[in-house]
Write a protein that binds this ligand. Structure first.
Ligand code: ATP
Ligand code: MG
Length: 225
């Protein structure tokens, strides 16, 4: 059976006045649902670029990307938006919550694209309960701590029950205790929902808790012990 995430010969270049900048070079990766990988590597090595390509927010220069059997880059823009909404949950460093929306409304946002999804509100409440924010559902992001905001972002990433979660430094802006709590939740939710999780992180503590690690170096992913 083909892998649920399949990357072959991936290349990403950016044009630059002093010559082409090669960020990803012949990169390969295969993962299945239920697997979790922490990606580390120096600043500027291309970790976010890789994550954005896997999430089809950025296009590769060349190479093969298949997510759950689909080539996202073969879809038209409406098809791509629907595919991304259904298949991928994103968790980013600065949560990207809408400031004027409550925790509950923020979690519900990804469900609005396909019209009103039945049971969405119940599921959003269950997820907020699961991340320990049962008593914070009506608060605005400005009324939450950084760790609480990131837990809302985790619930939002899971609301459409996507098979794939991509997280870019999800604990990057948090103090040590909040980072540990968010890391614990991320890994627990990954296992509970049998999600394929890729997390980019500079935190060796967080990476050490993942069942698998890789380092992005010279445009390629090298599996680490
Ligand atoms: N749109 C762009 N045009 C040109 N160069 C870019 C563009 N986006 C990213 N880069 C370059 O690609 C390289 C990789 O960037 P990327 O953001 O993927 O690094 P990163 O590994 O996530 O770094 P960090 O750990 O600091 O977040 C960097 O040198 C960056 O300057
Ligand atoms: Mg980055």
């Amino acid at each position: 059976m083909p892998a649920d995430l399949l990357v072959r010969s991936l290349r990403k270049e950016y044009p630059h006045p002093s010559g082409t900048l090669v960020i990803l070079d012949d990169l390969s990766l295969e993962m299945r649902l239920g697997e979790a990988l922490a990606v580390m590597g120096p600043s500027g090595s291309g970790k976010s670029t890789l994550l954005y390509i896997l999430g089809s927010l950025e296009t590769p220069t060349s190479g093969t990307v298949r997510v759950c059997g689909q080539d996202p880059f073969a879809l038209d823009s409406a098809g791509l938006a629907a595919f991304r909404n259904r298949t991928i949950g994103f968790v980013l460093q600065d949560h990207h919550l809408l400031p004027q929306c409550s925790s509950l409304e923020n979690v519900l946002l990804p469900t609005l694209a396909g019209g009103s999804a039945p049971g969405a509100s119940k599921r959003a409440r269950e997820l907020l309960n699961r991340v320990g924010l049962a008593d914070r559902m009506d608060r605005l992001p400005s009324e939450l701590s950084g760790g609480e905001r990131q837990r809302v972002a985790l619930a939002r990433a899971l609301i459409n029950a996507p098979p794939v979660i991509l997280a870019d430094e999800p604990t990057g802006n948090l103090d040590r205790a909040s980072a540990e709590a968010v890391g614990t939740l991320l890994l627990e939710l990954q296992r509970e929902h049998n999600v394929l999780l890729i997390t980019v992180t500079h935190s060796t503590e967080l990476a050490a808790r993942f069942p698998a690690r890789a380092e992005l170096l010279d445009g390629q992913l090298q599996r680490a012990a």
